[in-house]
Ligand binder design. Sequence first.
Ligand SMILES: C[S@@+](CC[C@H](N)C(=O)[O-])C[C@H]1O[C@@H](n2cnc3c(N)ncnc32)[C@H](O)[C@@H]1O
Length: 492
Amino acid sequence: MDEALKTNVLYFGDNLEILRNRDYFPNECIDLIYLDPPFNSKKDYNILFKENGGVESEAQIKAFTDTWHWTQTAENTYHDIVINGPLKIGKLIGALHDTIGCNDVMAYLVMMTARLIELHRVLKPTGSLYLHCDPTASHYLKLVLDQIFGANNFRNEIIWRYRRWPAKQKAFQRMHDVILCYIKARGGPHRWNQLYEELSPSSIRQWKGKLRVDVTSEEGTRHSEIGEKVSPGVPMSDVWEISQITAPYKEYLGYETQKPLALLERIIKASSNEGDTVLDPFCGCGTAVVAAQKLNRRWIGIDITHVAVALMRNRLKDSFNIDAEVIGEPVDLAGAKALAYQDRYQFQWWALSLIRARPLGEKKKGADKGIDGVIHFIDEVSGTPKRVVVQVKSGHVGVNAIRELKAVAANNAIGVLITLESPTGPMRVEAVDAGFYHSPIWNKDYSKIQIFTIEDLLKGKTVDMPPQTQTSVTFAKAPKISKKEGKQLLMD
Ligand SMILES: C[S@@+](CC[C@H](N)C(=O)[O-])C[C@H]1O[C@@H](n2cnc3c(N)ncnc32)[C@H](O)[C@@H]1O
């Protein structure tokens, strides 16, 4: 393994900046890359949590939408590729720019090209890259990948077919994604473990004392005699039928674009071995990371939102009892101040993640105005969820902040204020004056209004509230993955 490479780690930030940092990613250090960028569709694919009851909450987080529109950043990246990038890639991007124009599609292609150039650099000569996209973008991306990896190194266009409710459209139902697979293939054979289609029990029958397998081919069903041993099956094709992950699947964490573990396990098993390093630079709620851990591979995940990073961290803790290190998140007050200065919303989401609160997003309605996040718990025999409501303040705070919080907490169990600045004496008095929330189940009183500074939370202080049960947690809990299923990879 590359000594300079840090593995089993999450990065918070823009993957382009992180990938370009050669202290983090030296040349040819990664065995397998899977990337699932937000597609070039009209929908914002970043963060859409489903509220209880399936209604989309307003947690639309705009942190990276810029990446996919023709902005100054896209223009600068375009110039950088054309002027400084490899000649043939610059030529292709220049030609596409002339043909497509300066629009969202071109912005997407330019941003993807810059990242794919870096990903190609960090991939080992024996490595493979799987790019997950949809039919609105796959044809453009294939042109780009052919230039970066070489058309000879194209291996597969995998069709991931899933079922979902039919949409109202005057076209055939669109029910597949595309995963483009390329190998780096410089100076040696690439990793490849043959996978086989699972045989249904009905297709294996005893026949004249020997086992026979029915294999359905395009021409119809043909039979093959295979002797005493059961064959591993037929080599797997490039059309994969795997269910999408939605509620009420146990695996579903409420992350809109969550991919099935089964899909990632297939990719990782085919194109890496135990101990290899898997990188997902757009890792969302961390499906690739979890699949890698489960299969005893090393992993690196990158995401640009704190919500995704927090979800991933919780998922690794819940599934494997791993406390993942996150690079790029504040670790002290100075770092927290820098984040607040740089981006108020990212600061807010990060602060909420410290107490495992779920962000409510920007477009809140009615009584939820003024609430930045919530923690759910169940405290009644009836099972009705109760809420801890959270406000985060990165600027100056005074007694009015507590009065405001008291108002929004009135119809909720507990109100929490997270603040960068230390609270004033009158704020503390006003908070104490709010009294207590009484828990009927635990028969215990909890302070109605609680104030935490960022420093308190970094030191490990937590909200004083009734315990969360398995069914009442704020984020869906990832199922535990047993030691046998995914024995933890020894770090060295
Ligand atoms: C389609 S989702 C990935 C979902 C993931 N495969 C899963 O199973 O959860 C895309 C992710 O890319 C992240 N993202 C978008 N732009 C990014 C960037 N420039 N750098 C790092 N992450 C980014 C988003 O925050 C989002 O979580």
